[in-house]
Design a protein around this ligand. Structure first.
Ligand code: HEC
Length: 97
């Protein structure tokens, strides 16, 4: 295989790797917001903690807290979508408690 050929193959392989986790998981509008606003740039070091944020209303408040303090500028609807996504992915709280 020529070098050029190899580079192309590797590029294709890595873009497939990049795309597949997104396609494998069910897509959620909150997931896109989570990526777009790069929440993990902090929360990779401060993992979402279901014991600390111990109910769904607290989760909504936390998302609101980060939004307001960091000037992220989310709409209310986006806060709900993010809270729902985080709940689905990390917290698993019942919504009506
Ligand atoms: C600049 C860093 C930073 C960014 C960016 C950030 N946060 Fe936070 N977030 C924090 C800090 C600090 C806390 C308080 C954590 C603590 O007290 O340990 C927090 C707390 C939270 C909590 C509660 C954490 C828990 O342990 O249950 C949630 C949920 C949360 N943030 C959501 C978000 C979302 C959603 C975004 C993106 C829209 C976001 N954060 C972006 C710094 C950040």
């Amino acid at each position: 295989m020529t070098k050029k050929h190899l580079t192309l193959t590797l590029t294709l392989a890595s873009s497939t790797l990049f795309i597949s986790p997104v396609m494998a998981s069910e897509s959620h509008p909150g997931q896109a917001l989570h990526e777009e606003h790069n929440c993990l740039r902090c929360h990779i070091d401060k993992p979402y903690n279901p014991e600390k944020t111990s109910s769904y209303p607290k989760l909504v408040k936390s998302v609101r807290f980060c939004n307001e303090n960091l000037g992220i500028g989310l709409f209310d609807e986006e806060i709900d979508e993010l809270a729902d996504y985080l709940n689905h992915t990390y917290y698993q709280h019942k919504k009506n408690e």
